[in-house]
Design a binder for this molecule. Structure first.
Ligand code: PLP
Length: 388
């Protein structure tokens, strides 16, 4: 990973560094496309194989069948393409957590404006226990859901791993809880921070829309993501950004066909994509797999983040956002003096140490991955002390 050679990198939740062999896999794929094509009958079988190999790989990681996967460009489009096609009625409520990413929030707000929906907010920002005993997190979250769901709620929007505080949301428990609601609200999960980092178990399979990207924790190229969809969304959501890839076949007639679109995840795919990216992402996933199972890798991430969290907790004047051990590689914290977060980011950047600041809550965020070294954590904490 050339990006890691000249810096201490703690921004995996923003973007993962690309391994050299993934870049090479993309270049080879691009060369192959030029040799076979670019627009010839000789090329199409290669493109189809690339697409289906990638869909199968992502389906395996999400623990769903490949027909439930739509390939997208990023997390946001994975959330929005199926979301905007859901059948809502004026006056329906949608419940969005207070820790969602601005793109998804904006889409929900605009959808609510156009369709006269009512937005309610699920306050999860202050669930800050970290790894808790006796499933306290789950109990707290279910209590919050009970308090904020209305009888007209048709959709719940919640990230799997909150990008601001780093608190993990128990998606399968939420899904089970929602299935007992009279309207069985759809569950949209932003998986930007969980995919590639956390063993997903049944989470993707139990959500209605589970949207992720390859360019963060999976360290693939930017421009390729996906979304796992429930059977319910596949049958009830209409394609919104409509293009030839969503059609059963290009010549299909609309005249006698009420639904000319694919009935599987492809109904949300649009048009020409950058196919070499597919080889790049698969290569990054393969490299991670060669370092151990997802569970083994996650154990390493947790060990590193616990180390960072403990170091920060021991510094007088720095307060980690989570009160207990971080459940993932995200470690957010604040200074108790008046120092501005952005000034810390800029100043660390001058030393080639890269973290980021967040606005809500106002804090700093450092992410550790299996590539992180203990000495980098030490370097970060030593530099952070200098601001006190
Ligand atoms: C939780 C979350 N959702 C969505 C996004 C946006 O990702 P993308 O640009 O892949 O849509 C991010 C990016 O940081 C994120 O952290």
């Amino acid at each position: 990973m050339p990006a890691l050679a000249n810096k201490s990198y703690f921004n995996y939740g923003g973007q993962g560094p690309l391994p050299s062999s993934s870049l090479e896999a993309m270049i080879s794929s691009w060369q192959k496309i030029q040799e076979l094509g670019p627009f010839t009958n000789d090329l199409w079988p290669y493109l189809s194989i690339e697409i289906e190999k990638t869909r199968n790989e992502l389906a395996k990681l999400c623990e769903v069948r490949p027909n439930r996967i739509a390939l997208t460009e990023n997390v946001t489009s994975g959330c929005i393409l199926p979301l905007l096609g859901l059948p809502f009625d004026a006056g329906d409520h949608i419940l969005i957590s207070d820790s969602e990413h601005p793109g998804v929030v904006a889409a929900c707000k605009e959808m609510a404006r156009r369709q006269s929906l009512i937005i309610d907010v699920l306050p999860v920002k202050n669930l800050r226990e970290g790894i808790s005993e006796k499933n306290k997190n789950e109990v707290d979250l279910i209590n919050l859901l009970e308090a904020h769901l209305s009888k007209s709620t048709r959709l719940v929007v919640l990230s799997h791993l909150l990008w601001n505080t780093g608190q993990l949301m128990p998606i399968t428990t939420v899904s089970k809880f929602l299935s007992n609601h009279p309207l069985k609200p759809y569950l949209l999960v932003d998986a930007a921070q969980s995919f590639g980092q956390i063993p997903l178990g049944n989470s993707a399979a139990s959500a209605d829309i589970y949207a992720f990207t390859g360019h963060k924790w999976a360290c693939g190229p930017e421009g390729l993501g996906g979304v796992a969809l429930s059977q319910r969304v596949l049958s009830e959501s209409s394609p919104t950004l409509i293009g030839w890839r969503g059609l059963q076949h290009e010549g299909i007639s609309f005249d006698n066909k009420p639904n000319p679109f694919h009935s599987d995840g492809r109904r949300f795919e649009v048009a020409t994509s950058c196919i070499p990216l597919f080889a790049g992402l698969r290569n990054s996933l393969k490299l991670f797999a060669s370092e151990g199972t997802q569970t083994e890798r996650f154990k390493i991430i947790r060990k590193l983040s616990f180390n960072l969290w403990k170091e920060l907790n021991a510094i007088k004047g720095i307060e980690p956002i989570l009160q207990g051990q971080p459940p993932s590689g995200i470690v957010s914290f604040t200074y108790s003096n008046n120092i501005k977060s952005i000034d810390v980011v800029k100043s660390l950047g001058k030393k080639s140490i890269w973290i980021r600041n967040l606005q809500d809550p106002d804090c700093l965020r450092a992410c550790v991955h299996i590539m992180t070294e203990f000495k980098e954590i030490e370097g970060l904490t030593t530099s952070l002390k200098e601001f006190l």
